[in-house]
Unconditional design. Sequence first.
Length: 178
Amino acid sequence: MYLLAAEENNPLIPHPAEMVVGGFAFLLVLFFVGRLLVPRIQKTLQERTEAIEGGLKKAADAQEEAQQALKEYREQLAEARHEAARMRDEAREQGAQIKVELREEAQAEARRLVEAAHVQIEADRQQAFAQLRTEIGRLSTDLAARIVGESLEDEARQRRTVDRFLEELESSNTQAVR
C-alpha cells in the first residue's frame, strides 16, 4: 500500500486522466500554434525579410544611380573643360586674326594718308611753282622793261617772253643734270 500510495502520490508520474487532458490540451495548442500562429509569424517574418531586402535593393539602386550620376557629371565636366579649351583656342585665333586685320587696315590707312600727303605736296608744289612762275614772269618783265627801256605791258608779249625764258632755263638745267 505504501507502494501503491506512493505510486499514486508520485509527482513524477502523472495521473492517466491528466495525461489524456494534457495530451489533448497539447494537441490543441499545437494545432492552434501550427495552423494559426506559425503561418502568421512566417508571413510577418517574410514581409520583414522582403522589406529589408527591398530596402537593401533600393539602397543598392540609389547607390548605382548616384554612381551613374557621378559618372555623367564627370563626363559633362570633362566635356565642358574641352569645350572651354576649344573656345579659348578659337578666341585666340580670332584675336590674332583681328590683330592682323587691324594691322592691315592701319597699314592701308597709313598708305592712303601718305599718298594723300604726296598728292597734297605735289599740288602744293605745283601751286607754288605756278605762283613762282607768275612772280618770276612779273619780275623778269619788270627787269626786262628796265633793261630794254621799252614797255612790255602787253600780256601776250609778256607771256611769250616769260615762257621762252623759263624754257631756256629749264633746258639748261636739264642739260646740266645729265
